[in-house]
Design a protein around this ligand. Structure first.
Ligand code: C5P
Length: 407
């Protein structure tokens, strides 16, 4: 089979410079790239840069007659295995959603019969604007895969979702899209050999939850999210489509993982439900068992010497609810943080919550927040006890076991 061919549309945003890195990465990994630069994009990177990196001609205009005879826009839009729009600006996505075709990029995006992956990057308010969100939904409804932008500090000085994901993460998604649509069944790129979870959807929860008391206070726990993030990353490496529902932690999103940030247990429960169906769910989050029964709109004041009573209400048990759901994943895995009788408590929890496996860890030491973990995988009839090792290694071993179980 020939190398996968990507048609890369570079839109006009500051993140365009990262598309140069993406071109380099695609070439390094054995793919070929043809770049189309929008008028806006050409203010940030030059055709020369993209031509040098892609070792291919760069296309910029619809009105180039020579190209219309030798390489018409229809042909250009169809000879690739995948069309990637990176960065996908608010303007470009609005045009795509509206079906406009007033330049080379939008024309070939309308004319293509190949899968399209859009990687948005823009100011946080532009991303959150109802118009952009509507356009994203329209594009998704019409089959375009629109990635979620990363969250963090932006070139414009603001903070929030809108950053272009890092090129290795984008490349991971390109590989997934190619695997699904192009590479299946083709020996050199047989996705199931090195990516045994190809075609599977894994749902992972990670981190603590924050249960608000008033505008400045919340109930929390010491979970760092590291183990759950490592599992999500290892599953994506193994080829799974991964949805990571993350409580409030400041960890980077592992490459190739779809991350949904939540704060409270009830938000996490909703996000989990919306992410279904899944083939596997690994519920690593340390969900708060209790929340404040009422949320005080204003900061609760001291009342002389008497402490303010805090009334609690029980949170939903997300794992147990999922176990009883008609959409229960074929393999449902819970975690159990224990400080004593670790295995016995895990066995009891496995039965009570009706899950397939419980991964039990002894948190009496500094597991929470640390980089190492020693776990027991408690299953129907056996217990696999692993020695203490880095959380990344625990994640890899667990994913290997999941692969075996699904085989
Ligand atoms: O009962 P316990 O909290 O020890 O159970 C731990 C397991 O249950 C973890 O997998 C955790 O993610 C899940 N859990 C949950 N919803 C809760 C409490 C725990 O999904 N409200």
């Amino acid at each position: 089979m020939s190398a996968p061919h990507i048609l890369l549309v570079v839109g006009g945003g500051i993140a365009a410079y990262k598309s140069c890195e993406l071109v380099r990465l695609i070439r390094k990994e054995g793919g070929t790239v043809t770049c189309v630069l929008t008028e806006g994009g050409s203010h940030f990177v030059t055709p020369m840069t993209l031509a040098a990196l892609s070792e291919n001609e760069v296309y910029t205009t619809l009105w180039d007659l020579k190209n219309e005879t030798e390489m018409g826009h229809i042909q250009l839009s169809r000879q690739a295995d995948l069309v990637v729009v990176c960065p996908a600006t608010a303007d470009l996505m609005a045009k795509m959603a509206a079906g406009m075709a007033d330049d080379l990029a939008t024309t070939l995006l309308l004319a293509t019969d190949k899968p399209v992956l859009a990687v948005p990057a823009m100011n946080v308010r532009m991303w959150q604007h109802a118009a952009t969100q509507r356009n994203v939904q329209t594009l998704r409804n019409s089959g375009v895969e629109v990635l979620e932008p990363d969250e963090g500090a932006m070139a414009c000085g603001e903070f929030g979702p809108g950053r272009l994901p890092e090129p290795p993460a984008i490349w991971q998604r390109i590989r997934q899209a190619l695997g699904r649509d192009v590479l299946a069944g083709q020996p050199e790129f047989e996705p199931t050999v090195h990516r045994p979870l190809f075609g599977r959807h894994m749902l992972v929860t990670a981190g603590p939850t924050h249960e608000p008391i008033d505008p400045v206070r919340y109930i929390a726990n010491r979970s760092s999210g590291k183990q759950g993030f490592a599992i999500a990353g290892a599953a994506a490496e193994a080829g799974a489509r991964v949805t990571l529902v993350a409580g409030p932690v400041s960890l980077p999103t592992p490459p190739g993982v779809d991350r949904i940030n939540v704060e409270s247990a009830r938000e996490m429960a909703r996000a989990v439900e919306q992410a279904l169906p899944a083939d596997v769910a690994v519920m690593v989050a340390a969900v708060a068992d209790w929340r404040a029964a009422t949320f005080a709109e204003n900061k609760i004041k001291k009342r002389g010497a008497a402490p303010t009573p805090l009334e609690l209400a029980e949170n939903p048990d997300i794992l147990a609810t999922l176990a009883r759901s008609p959409q229960r994943p074929a393999l449902l895995i819970g975690f159990a943080a224990e400080t004593q009788d670790v295995v016995a408590n895990a066995q009891e929890k496995r039965a009570r919550k009706q899950v397939d496996w419980i991964v039990a860890n002894d948190v009496s030491g500094d597991v929470m927040g640390g980089d190492a973990n020693a776990v027991h995988i408690v299953r129907d009839g056996d217990v696999v006890s692993l020695p203490e090792m880095p959380k990344d290694d625990v994640a890899r071993i667990l994913v290997e076991r999941i692969v075996d179980a699904l085989a």
